[in-house]
Design a protein around this ligand. Structure first.
Ligand code: ZN
Length: 360
């Protein structure tokens, strides 16, 4: 039975010790803002609470080098400090990272075992920039990649898809599965922006060639470009791949009110993208989908967008989709916005907060 024929069971994975990791602007207040938003709209009481356990080091090592994991543990235990130009850790950060990764795995496990239809993982630190031997971009462990690797190794999933709509390219996730045809990685992200990877020519390699899809978006892309990308690229790719589980790296830093970037997405667009993937997962006959929090730094728009995403996962009827656009219309929008950008100074936040500039 697919989730759309009855009330879907949607989990909310959260642990309060994720608040003990201090960083900026990836700050503890992001999680209470989301929970309070869910409470105010009445969605919170419709979610099934899931409290994760810290993920053991050997499971983190599905994606990360054990020497990195142990050195991060020891560095935090000694009090912490900067591990990258933009990423700070403290004494409680290692456990928060274990809980965030544990939350991602718990969500995948509950959904694959059929105890939940879908799950929403509201944890931090986020993960999609973390590579095998290094944390970066506010990320310590790559939560979504660990969940995908766990689902493949232990969860009975043959194929896992990851859709990453955070405004930054999910470089760590791409790295983890670049050679792997069992995990389809699709990223939409602003260019130019941190970390400078994710051009459309990066498509995977070896047996993994064709299983990495990068969709770079120009500043100012907006809802119409995202609708076209989902309908013309992402939908067909996912239907052809037939994943057993869809994981979403859900970063809301492309929101029009979020100064991290300049993608100018509405809250409705996030709800629409989530609903698109819910329906797609249902169409595959299983409905299995997990959304994991990545970026999103403006608290009000983060909470608003997460409400929309959660409503879609609960099966509520969503707002009308963004205006239908043909490829020609979107190309025209892109051309106009690129022309406007060439004529104006770049808006603040185009390159992200304290991020290094891209190399390409
Ligand atoms: Zn981001």
């Amino acid at each position: 039975m697919t989730a759309d024929r009855r009330r879907p069971r949607v989990g909310l994975v959260y642990h309060e010790d994720c608040l003990k990791h201090e960083d900026w602007p990836e700050r503890p207040e992001r999680l209470p803002a989301i929970l309070e938003g869910l409470r105010q709209t009445g969605l919170l009481e419709r979610l099934i609470p899931v409290t994760p356990d810290p993920l053991p080091e050997e499971t983190v090592a599905l994606v990360h080098r054990l020497d990195y994991v142990k050195s991060l543990r020891d560095f935090c235990a000694r009090g912490g400090g900067l591990i990258a130009v933009d990423t700070m850790v403290g004494p409680d950060s290692y456990r928060a990272a274990q809980l965030a990764a544990g939350g991602a795995v718990a969500a995948a496990r509950h959904v694959l075992q059929g105890e939940l239809d879908r799950a929403s993982v509201v944890v931090r630190p986020p993960g999609h920039h973390a590579v095998a031997d290094q944390g970066m971009g506010f990320c310590l462990f790559n939560n979504v990649a660990i969940a995908a690797a766990w689902a493949r190794r232990y969860g009975g999933a043959e194929r896992v898809a990851i859709v990453d709509w955070d405004m930054h390219h999910g470089n760590g996730t791409q790295d983890a599965f670049y050679l792997d045809p069992s995990v389809l990685f699709i990223s939409l992200h602003e260019v130019p922006a941190y970390p400078g990877t994710g051009w459309y020519t990066e498509v995977g390699a070896g047996k993994g060639e064709g299983y990495t899809i990068n969709i770079p978006m120009p500043p100012g892309a907006g809802d119409e470009c995202y609708r076209l990308a989902f309908e013309s690229l992402i939908g067909p790719a996912l239907r052809a791949f037939r994943p057993d589980l869809i994981l979403v790296s859900a970063g809301q830093d492309g929101h029009v009110d979020d100064h991290m970037g300049n993608l100018r997405l509405s809250s409705d667009a996030y709800g629409w993208m989530a609903e698109f993937l819910v329906r797609l997962a249902d169409g595959l006959g299983h409905g299995r989908m997990v959304t994991l929090l990545e970026g999103g730094y403006d608290l009000a728009s983060l909470a608003d967008a997460w409400n929309q995403i959660t409503a879609a996962m609960l099966g509520d009827r969503m707002s009308p989709p963004p205006a239908a656009s043909s490829a020609d219309t979107v190309l025209q929008i892109v051309k106009e916005r690129l022309a406007a950008r060439a004529a104006l100074p770049l808006p603040p936040g185009t390159f992200g907060h304290s991020h290094r500039r891209p190399s390409n």
